[in-house]
Design a protein. Sequence first.
Length: 353
Amino acid sequence: MRFIARIIEKLQRHPKRVVFPEGTEPRVLQAARQFYSLRLGAPVLLGDRTQVKQAAAALNVSLEGVRIINPAESEDLPAFIKRYEMLRRYKGGVEEKEARETMLNPNYYGAMMLAMRQVDGFISGANQSSGSVLRPLFQIVRVAPEATTASSCMVMEVEDTRFGYDGTLFMADCGVIPDPTVQQLADIAVSTADLCHQLMAVRPRVALLSYSTKGSATHPSIGKVQAATALAQKQAHDKGLEADFDGELQVDAALIPEIAVRKVPDSHVAGRANVLIFPDLNAGNIGSKLIQHVAKAHAYGQILLGLGRPAADVSRGSNAHDVLGVAAIVGLQSIAYNELYPPQDVVEGSPAG
């Protein structure tokens, strides 16, 4: 709770608008209510107005301060349909009927609100697959030109404050890229370090993980981590990000000072890493869920990195507090988002994905 309490306190000074496409989901309704009650900004729920009100009433959740939009009745729908048609012309075009059906999907409608800057952040996924959440974002919001790689990050808060920074760890990629290349792995490392620095105002100490520490084994996957570490260091230096990177490191060497002293005594990262970068999605997803459930950590994510606008794909296992925490993070991200990823028009430039 220490981490998210700090995020909430910061966001209260700069309230933001966040859209929740899953307007009738109980956990989302509770999180939206808390978002408003804590003075974090203006929550926007998407869905049939009557159904949203009925769902809120069943939970005894007040909708004061919460905006409800039914995409089918929205005055912005015609403009959103035209905008989507323009976006998809790069992919062979789309008929108006299909574009209309697409924009009636709350995730697509919410993504368009985000792209058109009608809201500052987007949160979905509480009762949907990642593909249903990511596809609209990648088609409409797209990867920011300065990022080149879209990935995701989990923020873990554990009880033992000896780990990470005061018990907070940033872990990536846990939800987007199955088998990242050297370039992608370096991008993931730098983007996650950026997020750590923005949210925590501390120096990121980034460990690129492997089953080997400094050549204790030989395998092409280890070589990839080594190459990505060097590239990440260069990228961070070139963009003026003050951070330390080291790899390849086993996770015990990255987190536990006594082991780090024996394995890599001269490292600025080993034994005190606050950012953990996994070599592939298998490791990232398994590792993050182990920490969440076995260590009973508070888990906030997936925070999407590298998109042109702030968004998150929450887990279907999230509770209302998790959704609120992710919304607070995304809201806080939006304050300085243009510094991380300079804005682009959603139509001009490279085609949507």
